[in-house]
Design a protein around this ligand. Structure first.
Ligand code: HEC
Length: 489
């Protein structure tokens, strides 16, 4: 009797370990029972109306015509998109399918993609307004861009900045924010930031970019206070219009409303955490807008959605930018010679030299940039973010503890400009004061990089996608709680 029991237990264990789905050939997986729930869970967030993906995958009727393509994309690990090397780190927002899920989808397609008996799988709840807070809730507060932007059917629109007033003048805690483009097809990306205008400037009517259409919400000289011409020029193309800023201000800027980039939905803090939006420090929102022609005239009106955080017991999530600086904003090493403060008219359009990115030499397939951030207080790392442009090749995040131990937090071996994710650690990681995080990024400015628009040119820092950036940061909470500026809400 005892033997028999052990025997059964062993058989069960072996079946489980084998990981092969127990579908007999004449009993294939079905949409209603097996595949629908996977697609709802792992695909529908992008594959639904008014989202980034080209088709909807919400019901059997939606999905059936795409069965073959779905099999190909999931078997090749191309969908859902995700770029972390699975050898390093575990991430809370990793949407990857398990081997079992992939096998289930493949068998289902091979069996003719049957709908199956029984009720359709329960639909995931999504916001009707196209917001992507995981609860399906619409935002508590929406800042709508004040004009409908017209995108011509043909031709290139450069990256440009428009400014709108901040709607509140105190510091506020947010649980989540999202930038919704208003037109997914025509929007290449949007970034938002918090700024003040340089002295002598005010919002008025002017060209959206040099030679561009004349619109409102452009910084123009304030006749009442004569402007410094050097700064006036900078305001058009560079979001750091405020120039000299202390560490507090640059940290606060980093925690603005975030970007819209394909694949990025709402930026949601973990339970018990919040980000701080410093309406007390900044008077304006800068919208950096980049549109692409679709062959038809298009209109876009982006919006920022805000979900307020509950007042009580909230830890503020901060951002440590991996440049040559500490979490308190002190500079670790001098910027490379010649990289600051020069304005060279021979550069490509829209460029600024930046101490964070020495120009990338022509035809270099492995140009490496290393950024470092140092924690001056005990902290808990929450997530990692990286942003480069089309020459971005790979990135490694390396944590060094004060005792010299090292750990790779994340490696992205095949960076893709089209997809930018925040990598949220599955287990937030406590690091003592004196720890550093290094991001080692490589750029491919050679002909071998098919996306490279000009391998024979030096590449400068700018938000234009033909230039490049190194915008890499770590979100963390300070273990002593840190200071919160937020008063009421
Ligand atoms: C983060 C957003 C996102 C998620 C999650 C996602 N997709 Fe996609 N998917 C896209 C986008 C955008 C495209 C079109 C661009 C591309 O192919 O990269 C696409 C393209 C596809 C295509 C190719 C369509 C064509 O025109 O040939 C298939 C098939 C597909 N997805 C299936 C899936 C499946 C199945 C899942 C879930 C297992 C999934 N996707 C999850 C965004 C997403």
């Amino acid at each position: 009797m005892l033997r028999a029991t052990i025997g059964t237990a062993l058989v069960v264990a072996i079946l489980r370990l084998g990981g092969t789905p127990a579908f007999a050939a004449d009993n294939p997986p079905t949409y209603n029972h097996d595949v629908g729930p996977i697609l709802n869970n792992k695909c529908a967030n992008c594959h639904r109306p008014n989202q980034v993906a080209p088709m909807t995958l919400l019901t059997f009727k939606d999905v059936r015509p795409w069965a073959k393509a779905i099999k190909a994309k999931v078997a090749a690990h191309e969908m859902p998109p995700w770029f972390a090397d699975p050898q390093f780190g575990k991430f809370a927002n990793d949407p990857s399918l398990s081997d079992h899920e992939i096998a289930t989808i493949v068998r289902w397609v091979d069996a003719g993609a049957p709908e199956g008996a029984g009720p359709a799988p329960a639909e995931t709840r999504f916001s009707k307004g196209g917001w992507s807070h995981p609860s399906g809730r619409d935002p508590d507060y929406v800042i709508e861009f004040p004009i409908d932007w017209q995108i011509p059917a043909e031709g290139e629109t450069p990256n440009f900045n428009l400014y709108t007033p901040m709607p509140f003048s105190d510091a506020r805690l947010v649980e989540a924010t999202q930038v919704r483009p208003g037109n997914y097809r025509a929007t290449h990306h949007i970034t938002t930031g918090l700024v003040n205008l340089p002295p002598g400037m005010k919002l008025g009517t002017g060209p959206a970019w040099p030679g561009g259409p004349v619109v409102d919400y452009v910084p123009v000289p304030d006749a009442a206070a004569p402007a410094d011409p050097a700064k006036t020029q900078g305001a058009d193309r560079n979001r750091t219009v405020g120039e000299a800023e202390d560490a507090d201000v640059s940290r606060a800027r980093a925690s603005g409303f975030g970007p819209y980039i394909p694949g990025v939905g709402a930026d949601v803090a973990r339970a018990g955490q919040a980000r701080e939006i410093r309406g007390d420090l900044f008077k304006y929102i800068v919208w950096n807008l980049h549109y692409q022609a679709t062959g038809e005239p298009e209109t876009a009106r982006p919006a920022i959605g805000i979900w307020w955080a509950p007042k009580q017991e909230t830890k503020v999530v901060r951002s440590l930018s991996l440049r040559e600086s500490t979490s308190e904003g002190r500079q670790l090493v001098a910027p490379p010679p010649g990289s600051v403060g020069k304005d060279d008219t021979t550069k490509q359009v829209g460029q600024g030299l930046n101490p964070l990115l020495d120009p990338i030499p022509p035809n270099d397939a492995n140009w490496t940039v290393t950024g470092v951030g140092a924690f001056q207080n005990d902290a808990t790392i929450q997530s990692l973010f990286l942003h480069m442009h089309v020459r971005g090749k790979d990135v490694t995040f390396l944590l060094t503890y004060p005792d010299g131990r090292e750990e790779i937090l994340l490696r992205v071996p095949n960076y893709k400009f089209d997809w930018q994710f925040e990598y949220q650690l599955a287990q937030p990681l406590k690091v003592p004061a004196g720890s550093t995080v290094k991001a080692i990024a490589r750029y491919d400015n050679s002909r071998a990089n098919k996306l490279n628009p000009a391998p024979s040119k030096q590449v400068y820092w700018s938000e234009q996608s033909w230039d490049d950036m190194f915008l890499i940061s770590v979100k963390y909470t300070q273990d002593d709680g840190g200071q919160i500026a937020t008063g009421n809400q």
